[in-house]
Design a protein around this ligand. Structure first.
Ligand SMILES: Cc1cc2nc3c(=O)[nH]c(=O)nc-3n(C[C@H](O)[C@H](O)[C@H](O)COP(=O)(O)OP(=O)(O)OC[C@H]3O[C@@H](n4cnc5c(N)ncnc54)[C@H](O)[C@@H]3O)c2cc1C
Length: 399
C-alpha cells in the first residue's frame, strides 16, 4: 500500500501543499499539514512542499488496484440551443464498440437546467445509464460549473474512458476537467479502439501538422483515459426509442458566487459556417482561380441549399476564410452529397471528405486523384459545368 508521509518536525505550516492537491485530501491541523482518505497518491504535493516535509512511498500493487477500480465508457452529451449535438450520438455509436471490447457499460453524462429529455435521447442512441446534474447554474454553458459537475461525477463513479466532442464547448471543458483530475487528454482524435493486449484506449490523431498519424496510449497509472473527437468522424448509430436505461441524478456542488464568469448575451457569428451539419456541400479548390470566382460555387450552393467548402489551396490563397476548409487540417465532413469543383483530391483533402455518401468531382484533368474516389465524375471546365448544373437544378427544384 502506498503511503503519503508528512514529517511533523519539518512541516512549517506554510499551506503550499493544500491547494496543490487535486483531490482535496490535504488540510491544516494545528498548523501542520494532514492528509485524509481522499489521497490518490498522485504526488502533486510532494513537489510543491518548499521544505521537503512530504514524501510518497509508492507501491505498484496499490496503483494497479486503484486503476482497476475505473470502469465503463462515458460520453459527454452536449446540447446547445435546445438540441443535442450530433457528435454526442456519433460518440455513443463508437463508445458502444469500446464498451463491448472491454465488457463494460456505455454511459452518458449531461448537465443543464432541465435535461431529462436529452438524457432519454442518449438512451435511445445506446447509453445504458445517463448521469445527470441539473441546475439553473448549468444553463447556458460555463466552464466552471460544467467542469465542477464532471469532476464530481468522475471522482465518484470512476469511468475508465471519457469521450467529448471536439466542439467549442467540448474542447474548452474537457481540457479543464483533465487538468483538474491531472490526467491526460488526447485532443481531436480521428480514431479510437481498444488495444487487444493491454485493454488500453488507442487514440489516433494527426501529429506534426498532419504529416503522421500518432497512436496515443495513456500512462497506465492514471485514469480515466480522456479524448475529444471531431464531429462527423464516426457515423450516426441507429436510434431506438424503445431502449431502456437508468437515469442517475447528482447535485451540483457549486454556488453562483464560486463561478468566475457570467454570460451577458449570446451573439451568433455573422458568417456561421455549418459544414459539420450540412447534407450537401459544394467545395471549390485552386481551380477556382480567385475569390470573385467563388461566386460560381456560392450560386450552385444556394440553389441546392448547400454549405460552401474549400480546399486548403483556396484558403491559403486568401479566396475564402479558413472556416470553410475541408480536410485533415480543416473540417471533417460526412454529407450526403459532396461536390468537389477544381479540387485535385490530395490525401489531406480526402481525409476530411472521403466518407461522404456521394462524391461528385468536376475537374478538367481526367487523371486527377479525386476521380478515384468519386461516385460521379465530370471531366470539364468548372466554369462551364457548374453554371449548367446551377441552371438545371434551379429548373428542376423550382428555385
Ligand atoms: C500537413 C498538411 C495538411 C494539409 N491539410 C489540408 C486540408 O485540410 N485540406 C486540403 O484541401 N488540403 C490540405 N493540404 C494541402 C494538400 O496537400 C493540397 O495541396 C491541396 O488539397 C490542394 O488543393 P487543390 O486540390 O484545390 O489544388 P490543386 O492540387 O492545385 O488542384 C487544383 C485542381 O483544379 C483543377 N482545375 C484547374 N482549373 C480548372 C477548371 N477551370 N475546371 C476544372 N478543374 C480545374 C486542376 O486540374 C487540379 O486538379 C495539406 C497539406 C499538408 C502538407
Amino acid at each position: 500500500m502506498a503511503k503519503l508521509l508528512i514529517d511533523r518536525e519539518t512541516c512549517t505550516g506554510c499551506e503550499a501543499c493544500v491547494p496543490s492537491c487535486p483531490f482535496g485530501a490535504l488540510s491544516m491541523k494545528e498548523q501542520i499539514a494532514v492528509v485524509d482518505e481522499k489521497c490518490n497518491f498522485c504526488g502533486a504535493c510532494v513537489d510543491v512542499c518548499p521544505v521537503s516535509a512530504i514524501t510518497l512511498e509508492k507501491d505498484e500493487k496499490k496503483e494497479v488496484f486503484a486503476t482497476s477500480a475505473y470502469k465503463d465508457v462515458w460520453v459527454f452529451i452536449e446540447h446547445e440551443h435546445g438540441k443535442v449535438s450530433r457528435v454526442s450520438f456519433e460518440l455513443l455509436g463508437e463508445g458502444r464498440k469500446l464498451a463491448d471490447a472491454l465488457g463494460c457499460k456505455l454511459c452518458g453524462f449531461i448537465f443543464g437546467k432541465e435535461v431529462e429529455g436529452f438524457a432519454k435521447e442518449a438512451i435511445a442512441y445506446g447509453a445504458e445509464k445517463v448521469y445527470m446534474t441539473e441546475s439553473p447554474l448549468l444553463e447556458p454553458y460555463r466552464t466552471d460549473p460544467f467542469s465542477c459537475a464532471a469532476v464530481n461525477l468522475i471522482r465518484k463513479y470512476k469511468p475508465e474512458i471519457v469521450l467529448f466532442g471536439a466542439t467549442i464547448q467540448g474542447r474548452d471543458f474537457a481540457g479543464t476537467v483533465a487538468t483538474t483530475l491531472e490526467v491526460g487528454l488526447t485532443a481531436d482524435c480521428t480514431g479510437l479502439d481498444i488495444d487487444s493486449e493491454t485493454k488500453y484506449l488507442r487514440q489516433t490523431r494527426p501529429a506534426f501538422g498532419g504529416n503522421i498519424m500518432a497512436v496515443i496510449l495513456d500512462y497506465p497509472n492514471y485514469r480515466p483515459q480522456m479524448a475529444t473527437v471531431r464531429p462527423k468522424v464516426f457515423p450516426m448509430p441507429a436510434r431506438d426509442d424503445s431502449r431502456k436505461g437508468d437515469l442517475i441524478r447528482e447535485p451540483l456542488p457549486m454556488t453562483e458566487d464560486q463561478i468566475r464568469t457570467k454570460v451577458l448575451e449570446f451573439i451568433r457569428g455573422a458568417e456561421a459556417v455549418n459544414l459539420a451539419d450540412a447534407e450537401i456541400i459544394v467545395s471549390g479548390g485552386r481551380g477556382i482561380g480567385s475569390s470573385e470566382n467563388f461566386k460560381v460555387i456560392r450560386e450552385l450552393a444556394e440553389v441546392l441549399g448547400a454549405a460552401v467548402g474549400a480546399s486548403r489551396a483556396a484558403v491559403d490563397a486568401g479566396w475564402i476564410p479558413y472556416e470553410h476548409q475541408v480536410g485533415q487540417t480543416g473540417r471533417t465532413v460526412r454529407p450526403k452529397i459532396y461536390i468537389a469543383c477544381g479540387i485535385s483530391g490530395s490525401i489531406q483533402h480526402q481525409a476530411g471528405m472521403k466518407t461522404s455518401e456521394i462524391i461528385v468531382a468536376i475537374n478538367k484533368d481526367p487523371e486527377a486523384p479525386i476521380f478515384k474516389i468519386a461516385t460521379y465524375g465530370v471531366v470539364g471546365d468548372l466554369f462551364t459545368v457548374v453554371p449548367m448544373l446551377r441552371d438545371e437544378f434551379k429548373k428542376r427544384l423550382g428555385r
